[in-house]
Write a protein that binds this ligand. Structure first.
Ligand code: SF4
Length: 694
C-alpha cells in the first residue's frame, strides 16, 4: 500500500521545505574511507591508535565488552547538544583502569569505523552517543553484539551498524561494501530507513509518497488492551491523516498516530537543532497544541555539580539547554512547563528554584487520556499507562520526526501479564509490588525486555491512579516497552475529580479498553498481595529486592529522599505526611544526623501539600520541603550523596551506581522512607495500633 495520495489533505500541511527536498534511496554499495578505531582493553593500544598507528587487530587482543552509552557520552557531556558532541565520543571509556580518550582525539584521528566487543551501547537510550560518534566522523559501528535501542538510534541517524566483522577488511582495503550487509534480517521499514540514510530522509520520502509502507494484514483476533490502542492508531495513510486497522499482532511494524509528544531539556535542544538544520527555522511543528516541553531535570544543578565540572564551564553549557528549549518553545507555540522564578534565600542570595512540573507527573495530572498513544523523550514515559495509555520513550531523532509527522514508528511488542491477587496489607504499597516484580526471575533474567507489561488483579484494581502510576512508571526498570492498566471506575473517578471531566465523557473514553478473553500473553505472573511485606532494593539495582525484615542487621541512614516522578504524587505526599504526623504525636522528629528532603512532582502537588497543611508537618518534623524538580533522582539537586559511605533511603525508581551520588542507595516505598527518616535506620512503617514486626 502506498503511503499517500497526492498533494492534498495532510500532505499540503507538510513544511514546504520538505515537499521539494531531494532524498535518495541507496541500494548499491557504500564506500567507507578512513581509519578503524578498535576499542580495546589495553589503554596503551588505544592511545597508540589515537596517535596515528593503525592497530593490526587479532582476536588475541581483547575488545572492550559492555561499552555503555554512559561511557560513550557521560551525562555531563550531554549538556552539549550540537556538533560539539563530536569532540567527546568515548570520553568515559575505561580501558584497563585508565580513561585514554581525550577531547577531540577521535575526531582528529580520521576514523570512519569503530569496533567494540559484546553488548555495545547498553544502558541509557541517549542518542547523544551515536550522534557524538557521527559528528567525530564515525560512519560505521561494529560490535560482537549491539544493544537494540543504540542500534535503532544509529539507524535513525544514518550511522551503519553491524555485528559482521568481515566488513572491516573491506574498509581497510577501501573496497565497496554492499548496503545489503547492513539491511539483511531487518524488517521492511527498518531496511528502507537504512537505505534512505536515516529516519528523517525516510519520512520525507514517505510524506512525498515516494516510499510504500507495508500494510497491516492481521485478521481480527482477540487483543490485549495495548494491542487495541495500537490498532486504533495504525497510520493507514500518512498523507491523508487516516488511521485504524481491525487488529494487530506482536511483530507488526508500522507508524502510529500520536496523541501527545513531549520532551525535556536534555533532549529538546538537540531535536530543535535537527529541526532548524533539516527542516528550517521558520517552519512550523505539526499540531503544536499536542506537544509539551519540560524544564525539569536540571533546575537545581548548581547545587549538585562537581567543582571540577563547574571549573570546566559546564554549568554555563548546561544553562544553554534551558535557553534553547525556551526559545524554541516560544518560536513554535509549544507549551513549556518551565523553571520557576529564582527567589532570594535567607542570606540574600538567589536560590535555585524548581520546575513547574516533572514531565511524567504533569502529563498524567493534566493531559493523558485512556486509549491514547503518548511518546516522550524519557524512559519513564510509561507513567501515563496508569490511565490506560500506550506511552513509551523514544530517542531524539524520533522526537524530532514526530514534530513533522505526528506519528512514530514501532513494532507491536508481545505482552506479558502480572496479576496481583488478594488484598494488600495496609503498609504495603505499589512500590513494594514493583520491588517484588523486579526480583521475579522472568524480569530479573531479562525475559521481559521490550515487552508490554499489563498489570491486573484485585490488588491492582484497588489502587488509586497515583499508585497505579508507580507501577507503570517502573515498567522502565522492568526493561519493558511500556506498562499499562485497563481503565475502570477508579479511572473515571480520577478524570472527573482531577480534570473536571463529565462522568459521561470519562466513561465513554474508557469504553472497550479491556483485554479480550483469549488475548495472548507470552507469560503470566501471579503474585499474592496478602503475603507481601514492606520491601527495599539493596544498592546497585532495583532488582535487588528484599523484605525489610530479612535485612541481616540494622542499616543506619544519612539521607532520606522523598520525591521524583515516581514518588512525588499527591498520594505519596499523603503517605509521608501520615507517617510524620504519627511520629510527631509520639514526640519524634527526623533522627539526628539524617537529612530528609521532600520534593513534589509538580507545583500542583506542592499546592495540594499546602492546602492539606503538610508543609507544616514536614517543617515540624525536621524535613526540608523543596520545589518540584527531578533533582536528586538524576544526581542534580538536594538529596544527592557526597561520598561513597553515605547511605540513602529513597523513594525514586532506580538505584544504579552513581544515580544519585557516590553513596549507597536503597529503594523503598514512601512509608518506609518516612519511617526510616524518623528512626535513623531502615525500618518499615507500623500503622498506629498494629503490632511492631520490624
Ligand atoms: S524524577 Fe527521575 S526518573 Fe523521573 S523523569 Fe526525573 S530523572 Fe527521570
Amino acid at each position: 500500500m502506498l503511503a499517500g495520495a497526492g498533494a492534498s489533505g495532510e500532505l499540503s500541511r507538510m513544511p514546504s521545505s520538505l515537499m521539494t527536498r531531494q532524498v535518495e534511496r541507496h541500494v548499491g554499495d557504500v564506500r567507507l574511507t578512513g581509519r578503524i578505531l578498535y576499542l580495546v582493553d589495553d589503554p596503551a593500544l588505544v592511545r597508540s591508535q589515537l596517535a596515528g598507528t593503525d592497530l593490526d587487530w587479532t582476536p588475541a587482543i581483547r575488545l572492550r565488552d559492555n561499552i555503555s552509552t554512559d561511557e560513550i557520552t557521560p551525562a555531563y557531556i550531554c549538556y552539549y547538544f550540537d556538533e560539539t558532541l563530536g569532540d567527546f565520543p568515548y570520553l568515559g571509556l575505561k580501558a584497563g583502569s585508565e580513561f585514554p580518550i581525550t577531547r577531540g582525539s577521535v575526531r582528529a584521528g580520521g576514523f570512519v569505523a569503530s569496533v567494540a566487543g559484546k553488548r555495545r551501547g547498553k544502558g541509557s537510550s541517549r542518542e547523544q552517543s551515536p550522534y557524538a560518534e557521527m559528528c567525530a566522523g564515525i560512519r560505521l559501528v561494529v560490535g560482537e553484539s549491539i544493544e537494540r535501542i543504540y542500534r535503532e538510534n544509529c539507524q535513525n541517524l544514518g550511522v551503519l551498524a553491524t555485528t559482521d566483522t568481515s566488513v572491516l577488511e573491506r574498509v581497510k582495503r577501501g573496497e565497496p561494501i554492499p548496503l545489503a550487509v547492513f539491511t539483511q534480517g531487518e524488517g521492511r521499514i527498518t531496511r528502507d530507513i537504512i537505505e534512505f540514510g536515516g529516519l528523517f530522509n525516510y519520512n520525507v520520502a514517505r510524506l512525498q509518497n515516494r516510499v510504500s509502507v507495508p500494510a497491516c494484514t492481521t485478521a481480527p483476533r482477540p487483543m490485549t488492551i495495548a494491542e487495541k490502542v495500537f490498532a486504533r492508531h495504525w497510520v493507514t495513510d500518512a498523507a491523508q491523516g487516516r488511521m485504524g486497522v481491525p487488529a494487530v499482532r506482536p511483530g507488526d511494524e508500522g507508524f502510529f498516530q500520536t496523541d501527545i509528544r513531549f520532551s525535556h531539556e536534555y533532549v529538546t535542544p538537540m531535536a530543535a537543532i535537527f529541526f532548524d538544520q533539516l527542516v528550517g527555522p521558520d517552519e512550523p511543528l505539526k499540531d503544536p497544541s499536542s506537544i509539551f516541553f519540560f524544564r525539569d531535570h536540571l533546575t537545581f544543578l548548581d547545587q549538585a555539580m562537581r567543582p571540577e565540572h563547574v571549573e570546566m564551564g559546564l554549568l554555563d553549557v548546561a544553562a544553554q539547554l534551558e535557553k534553547k528549549q525556551r526559545e524554541f518553545a516560544a518560536a513554535k507555540g509549544v507549551k513549556l512547563y518551565g523553571q520557576l522564578e529564582k527567589r532570594l534565600n535567607l542570606t540574600g542570595a538567589l536560590a535555585s528554584a524548581g520546575s513547574e512540573a516533572i514531565c511524567h507527573s504533569k502529563i498524567l495530572e493534566a493531559h493523558a487520556l485512556p486509549g491514547q498513544i503518548i511518546i516522550g523523550s524519557d524512559s519513564h514515559t510509561p507513567h501515563a499507562g496508569a490511565v490506560g495509555c500506550v506511552a513509551f520513550g523514544v530517542g531524539t531523532t524520533a522526537v524530532f520526526n514526530s514534530w513533522i509527522t505526528k506519528d512514530v514508528r514501532a513494532q507491536v511488542p508481545p505482552s506479558f501479564k502480572v496479576v496481583v491477587r488478594g488484598a494488600k496489607p495496609e503498609r504495603v504499597t505499589a512500590k513494594d509490588f514493583m520491588l517484588q516484580i523486579l526480583r521475579h526471575p522472568y524480569v530479573k533474567d531479562g525475559h521481559a525486555i521490550g515487552q508490554i507489561i499489563e498489570y491486573a488483579g484485585e490488588a491492582v484494581e484497588a489502587l488509586s491512579v497515583d499508585e497505579r502510576a508507580t507501577m507503570t512508571n517502573m515498567a522502565a526498570e522492568v526493561g519493558a516497552f511500556t506498562g499499562i492498566i485497563a481503565p475502570d471506575a477508579r479511572t473515571v473517578n480520577y478524570l472527573v475529580a482531577q480534570r473536571g471531566m463529565s462522568r459521561t465523557d470519562a466513561e465513554r473514553l474508557c469504553e472497550g479498553l479491556a483485554s479480550d478473553p483469549g488475548a495472548e500473553y507470552v507469560k503470566v505472573i501471579e503474585i499474592d498481595a496478602d503475603t507481601l511485606r514492606p520491601m527495599i532494593a539493596l544498592p546497585g539495582d532495583p532488582g535487588n529486592g528484599l523484605f525489610i525484615d530479612e535485612l541481616p542487621g540494622p542499616v543506619r541512614i544519612d539521607i532520606a529522599y522523598a520525591g521524583s516522578c515516581t514518588a512525588g504524587k499527591k498520594e505519596d505526599m499523603d503517605m509521608y505526611a501520615r507517617v510524620f504526623r504519627e511520629g510527631l504525636e509520639r514526640g519524634q522528629r527526623v533522627a539526628a544526623g539524617v537529612q530528609c528532603w521532600i520534593q513534589c512532582g509538580s507545583r500542583e502537588v506542592f499546592e495540594y501539600c499546602r492546602q492539606q497543611g503538610y508543609d507544616h508537618v514536614f517543617a515540624d518534623v525536621g524535613a526540608t520541603f523543596i520545589e518540584p524538580s527531578c533533582g536528586a533522582c538524576i544526581n542534580a539537586g538536594p538529596g544527592v550523596s557526597r561520598k561513597p559511605t553515605d547511605v540513602t533511603i529513597s523513594a525514586i525508581n532506580r538505584n544504579f551506581p552513581g544515580r544519585s551520588g557516590p553513596g549507597q542507595l536503597y529503594l523503598a516505598s514512601p512509608y518506609t522512607v518516612a519511617a526510616s527518616a524518623l528512626a535513623g535506620r531502615i525500618t518499615a512503617w507500623e500503622p498506629e495500633g498494629a503490632p511492631a514486626s520490624v
